[in-house]
Design a binder for this molecule. Structure first.
Ligand SMILES: CC(C)(COP(=O)(O)OP(=O)(O)OC[C@H]1O[C@@H](n2cnc3c(N)ncnc32)[C@H](O)[C@@H]1OP(=O)(O)O)[C@@H](O)C(=O)NCCC(=O)NCCS
Length: 216
């Protein structure tokens, strides 16, 4: 672990961050477990952070390879506007061009997501005009369990304090055991549990989205 460095993201890290994110999107497993098109869903998952707020993104680099990221958003209003008017429409158009609209898995997933609307707007209710930040974190599979996550967390927290951010939040699937352990250890507290429905493996699966928050 001696060659590990935590550093600010640069544009050339974009593909590495997208790959790690797509490979971890289903509770640490590949996004293809629940969505048929990696490209368009990764635009939704990473697009805001890599393209609109890259200054709040940090990466972990081991022996010259990007092995982890933490991507933050400290302006929820801007996030909402960029997602609603630019990123979601563009991702849907891309999905359409790639034939995703003709796949049953896509429509089943959308039908499930529509039932999750209270969760989808939680960020707005909680923090639209506040100094609250949210983030996503991901470590490449072979590098998990080596305490790279806490180092990325520390880098983001230090940066966030300098930006007058007062709290950080993250959403976690309640079946994501290692992530739950990670957030508990980092002294985050669950402030909300949202019932969610997801189409996966040919059936609807109910779970809870845990909203973890920590004052910084
Ligand atoms: C959650 C995550 C960021 C933690 O980062 P990390 O660098 O692996 O963190 P740590 O090394 O401190 O390990 C945290 C816990 O992960 C678990 N863990 C250990 N080795 C692991 C491995 N090889 N694979 C998966 N989880 C492992 C352990 O439960 C560990 O707790 P412990 O230290 O008490 O044993 C990382 O597992 C990850 O990227 N998961 C996939 C993406 C994700 O779920 N993100 C969170 C939602 S935003």
């Amino acid at each position: 672990m001696s060659n590990l460095i935590i550093r600010p993201f640069t544009k050339s890290d974009t593909q590495a961050v997208r790959d790690i994110c797509a490979d971890a999107a289903d509770r640490g497993e590949r996004v293809e477990n629940f969505y048929p098109d990696r490209e368009s869903i990764t635009d939704l998952l990473c697009g805001y952070y890599t393209d609109y707020e890259p200054q709040s993104l940090f990466v972990a680099q081991q022996d010259g390879r990007v092995v982890g990221y933490i991507m933050g958003c400290f302006d929820n209003r801007r996030y909402g506007l960029a997602m609603t008017w630019i990123i979601i429409p563009k991702a849907l158009f891309k999905a359409f061009k790639r034939g995703v609209f003709f796949q049953q898995q896509f429509w089943a997933l959308i039908a499930g997501m529509l039932q999750n609307w209270p969760r989808l707007f939680a960020w707005r209710k909680e923090s639209f005009h506040s100094h609250a930040g949210h983030f996503h974190i991901g470590i490449a599979k072979d590098f998990r369990g080596q305490h790279i996550g806490p180092k990325l967390m520390e880098a983001l927290s230090t940066y966030a304090k300098g930006q007058h951010v007062t709290s950080l939040s993250a959403s976690v699937h309640d079946g994501n055991i290692s992530a739950v352990k990670f957030f508990e250890k980092a002294k985050f507290k669950i402030i909300q549990r949202y019932p969610m429905r997801m189409y996966q493996g040919g059936k609807y699966v109910d779970y809870q989205s845990l909203l973890y928050v920590k004052e910084i």
